[in-house]
Design a protein around this ligand. Structure first.
Ligand code: CAP
Ligand code: MG
Length: 433
């Protein structure tokens, strides 16, 4: 089978250590054979086009072209090895333009999903990875062994800066460790960025003094990179230790630049993934959340939303737990059934997984059963929707975590903790649909 003059299927090819390997789900267009579709994908994502070229000798291309070295027609899966010379080290946009670019639009495929990418050591080593990672964040809070508790100020939009800070203070006093802005709150006329940061950090410091616990605030600095740079510096100058970024909407170019800034300023990056589901959600088309999570670990976010299994956002148990493994572990074994390639992470620190979306005190037991204790559990409505208000909601959420840490069933603990008992009366242990 030849496509554009070259043969890309080479089942005898044995990938080199330095090759980058991509795992795809491939659904050929009606009338196109599976092999033809594989040829078209390998060609378009490496060196070829639709016709044979007169501009380069075949021998040279054979060295540089992508090779389809494995495929399973029944499962519609294939592995493609790309010589590392095709990529610019420490340049994620260029990587995506290759293995996640034109190929999604070629007529030879009806559907195409990039499921995983195995990154070679030379590529991994061209990135810094997280500045803090799980250990660095735990040291910041001096909390070594329990899940961290976060809250998102709700409503998403509508409060002014003073109301935002006052609500944050209540939730910190109630027992929450970290408070974040919502993903679409940045600098609106009713809640100006600088005023919110100043007032919220004052509230944070007041809560620290009154509780004796470390508390942190994650301001959303999302915007054009020059603005994000200014905002990161402003947060640092006001005594902040975190920035929150909507990493998909700002894009990898801005994120790679921002990572340099936060490295110098020693700011923790909390990565919100708003818009990811536009391309991760469909089983048979797009780019997996696993690939997105790997690239974000590589660039160096410290905390990343990975899904909840039990909350309001989609994400199966298998998929979410594979993502958790991928951002935490140093060595990942290949598991084709789970559509995961092997991966070494060398000296790239682990990223703190964040579970958020439709969570409330009644499902904290489920969360810890699935995720263990290395998890940041974030509640928006599950705290701000408490019948007795946000302070009670925060107390109830912290009581749920305290119960787990004491090995007491939440229902039992609620008998002697009224804030938790009111939350369970309202939401029970049900999963938000
Ligand atoms: C959660 C949240 C988060 C989502 C993000 C929201 O609020 O603030 O943005 O969890 O989803 O706006 O929905 P609630 P994911 O606690 O009130 O649901 O973590 O899947 O990216
Ligand atoms: Mg949100």
């Amino acid at each position: 089978m030849v496509y554009g003059g070259y043969k890309f299927i080479e089942k005898k090819y044995n990938p080199r250590e330095t090759d980058l390997i991509a795992l795809f789900y491939v659904d050929p267009t009606k009338g196109i054979s599976f092999e033809k579709a594989l040829e078209a994908i390998a060609s378009e994502s490496s060196v070829g086009t639709w016709t044979k070229l007169k501009t380069i000798q075949e021998k040279k291309q054979n060295k540089l072209k992508a090779k389809v070295f494995w495929y399973d027609k029944k499962k519609k899966l294939c592995k493609i090895a790309y010589p590392i010379e095709l990529f610019e080290l420490s340049n994620i946009p260029q990587l995506l333009s290759s293995v996640a670019g034109n190929i999604f639009g070629i007529k030879a495929v009806e559907n195409l999903k990039l499921l995983d990418i195995k990154l070679p050591k030379i590529y991994i080593n061209s990135f810094e990875g997280p500045e803090f990672g799980i250990i660095g964040v735990r040291n910041l809070f001096n909390v070594k062994d329990r899940p961290l508790l976060g809250s998102i100020i709700k409503p998403k939009l509508g409060l002014n800066a003073s109301e935002h800070a006052k609500l944050a203070y209540k939730v910190w006093i109630g027992g929450v460790d970290i408070i974040k802005d919502d993903e679409n709150l940045t600098n609106q006329p009713f809640n100006k960025f600088e005023e919110r940061i100043i007032k919220s950090l004052e509230a944070r410091d007041k809560a620290i003094n009154e509780t004796g616990e470390r508390k942190e605030y994650m301001p959303n600095i999302t915007g054009p990179i020059d603005l994000m740079m200014e905002r990161a510096e402003f947060v640092k100058n006001q005594g902040g230790n975190y920035v929150m970024v909507d990493v998909v909407t700002v894009g990898f170019s801005a994120l790679q630049f921002l990572r340099k800034i936060t490295g110098k300023l020693k700011l923790v990056i909390h990565a919100h993934r708003a818009m990811h589901a536009a391309f991760t959600r469909k089983r048979n088309h797009g780019i997996s959340m696993l690939v997105l999570a790997k690239l974000l670990r590589l660039v160096g976010v410290d905390q990343l939303h990975i899904g909840t299994i039990v909350g309001k956002m989609e994400g199966s148990k298998e998929e979410v737990l594979e993502i958790k493994k991928e951002i935490e572990k140093e060595i990942i074994d290949e598991n084709i059934k789970a559509k995961v390639l092997s991966q070494f992470w060398y000296n790239i620190k682990p990223v703190f997984p964040v579970a958020s979306g439709g969570l409330h005190p009644g499902i904290v037991e489920d969360l810890v059963r699935y995720f263990g204790k290395d998890i940041i559990i974030q509640m928006g409505g599950g705290i701000h929707g408490h019948p007795k208000g946000a302070l009670y909601g925060a107390i109830a959420a912290r009581q749920a975590i305290d119960a787990i840490m004491k090995g007491i069933k939440i229902k039992e603990y609620a008998k002697t903790h009224k804030e938790l008992s009111i939350a369970l009366k309202k939401w029970g242990k049900k999963r938000v649909k």
